[in-house]
Write a protein that binds this ligand. Structure first.
Ligand SMILES: [Zn+2]
Length: 395
């Protein structure tokens, strides 16, 4: 049985109120009371606390014609900022977001090195630059969340990043030694899945996100929470074996799903078939736009491989929403219908399969959203996607 004292109940009520303010963007005290079922006195006390902390602010709507204009409550977007970082191979994306989850500043850095110390030094320098830009705000830069393309354990230590060949690195400790900031390390697929839930599919209670880029990453969100398993490594679906004695994989096994269904595997296979050793993802997109027959044939075979793994995933998790993140799949006509035509099993149950609209920005957006949730101490965060207001690099 879950029990709680007054402070615990107060924290839950605060989370509910913040969640509803985020969901509605602007809401009056009276409507908050109606929607949450909390009495007006509780709303009044909690709102007064949040106003004093400057986490929310009062506004009056401009277009309100009948009677007195109501006082509305909204998140104080400029009270604090959070920095999301996508530490990808040879590329690092930075996005600074305000408290409403809107990106306000972005920067991308291309890299050749995989040296851990060099990248830590670079991250420290760049984080300080972003931090400086937030100096004049109530809470400044309140936190940093870094997505890494590898396994991260429950203590947020990096277990392994295959592309960097980094084993057992305590990136959070190494950054915090030089930065007086709250820093969190997460797996990129978990962050991408979180972003899909926060920015796109708010109402989905059970979301499964598959990212088909260099390998295959997957993240599971249940009722707004990232499900990362006992050690923190859940979602390594790319290493599910789909072919007996199949193509060798960097994990040491043969026949892993990502050797057949990732974008990299498609590009590699297509480069052999077309005899073009330098074939890139952009080239594949161009060939598809030109309706190249060979490319279409290979993409059709690739979709069958995606469906094989997806069938297994659906049977394991019975997901409500499956979000697939792949630019190639998104640019191919009716790809979801084609994928579903290969999912025949009467046992496989899911509600819908959709393609990601967040694409390559999913990880960094999820990082920002998770940082804001941490700052607000736990409410379910709900944001809308907006254009970047200021695309000025921080350098
Ligand atoms: Zn593998």
């Amino acid at each position: 049985m879950v029990t709680g004292d007054g402070a615990f109940i107060k924290k839950i009520n605060r989370s509910i109120i913040l969640e509803k303010i985020m969901e509605h963007e602007q809401i009056s005290r009276a409507d908050l009371s109606k929607i949450t079922g909390l009495n007006k006195a509780t709303i009044s006390v909690q709102v007064a606390d949040l106003l004093e902390e400057e986490l929310i602010c009062e506004t009056t709507p401009e277009h309100h014609t009948v009677g007195r204009r109501p006082i509305m409550l909204s998140i104080n977007s400029n009270a604090a900022y959070v920095l999301g970082i996508d530490l990808d191979y040879q590329k690092i994306d930075f996005t600074l977001a305000n408290l409403q989850g809107h990106p306000v500043l972005t920067h991308t850095e291309k890299f050749q090195t995989t040296n851990y110390e060099d990248i830590v030094s670079y991250l420290i320098k760049q984080i300080k630059k972003f931090q400086k830009q937030c100096d004049d705000t109530r809470f400044g830069m309140a936190g940093v969340v870094i997505g890494v393309h590898g396994t991260v354990n429950k203590d947020e230590r990096i277990h392994f990043i295959p592309t960097y060949k980094w084993y057992d690195k305590d990136l959070r400790r190494d950054l915090q030694a030089k930065l007086n900031l709250d820093i969190r390390i997460e797996n990129n697929a978990n962050l991408s899945s979180f972003a899909e839930n926060v920015y796109q599919y708010h109402t989905s209670k059970n979301l499964f996100n598959i990212i088909l880029t260099s390998g295959i990453g997957a993240g599971i969100i249940n009722d707004g929470e990232i499900q990362s398993g006992y050690h923190g490594y859940a979602g390594e679906m790319g290493h599910m074996i789909v072919a007996v004695d199949g193509r060798p994989c960097s994990c040491g096994n043969k026949g892993c799903w990502e050797q057949y269904a990732s974008e990299t595997s498609l590009i590699q296979h297509l480069s052999t078939v077309l005899d073009r050793s330098d074939l890139s993802r952009d080239d594949v997109l161009t060939l598809l736009a030109e309706e190249d027959t060979t490319t279409i044939e290979e993409v059709e075979k690739w979709i069958v491989y995606i469906a094989i793994g997806l069938n297994n995933v659906i049977n394991l998790y019975n997901p409500e929403t499956v979000v697939i993140n792949s630019e190639i799949l998104s640019s191919y006509h009716h790809s979801v219908n084609k994928l579903e035509s290969h999912l025949h099993s009467s046992v496989s149950q899911y509600c819908k399969i959709v393609l990601s609209n967040l694409g390559d920005t999913a990880c960094v957006m999820g990082a920002c959203a998770l940082g804001i949730q941490r700052l607000l101490d736990g409410p379910k965060v709900i944001f809308s996607v907006s254009e970047i207001e200021n695309d000025t690099p921080a350098s």
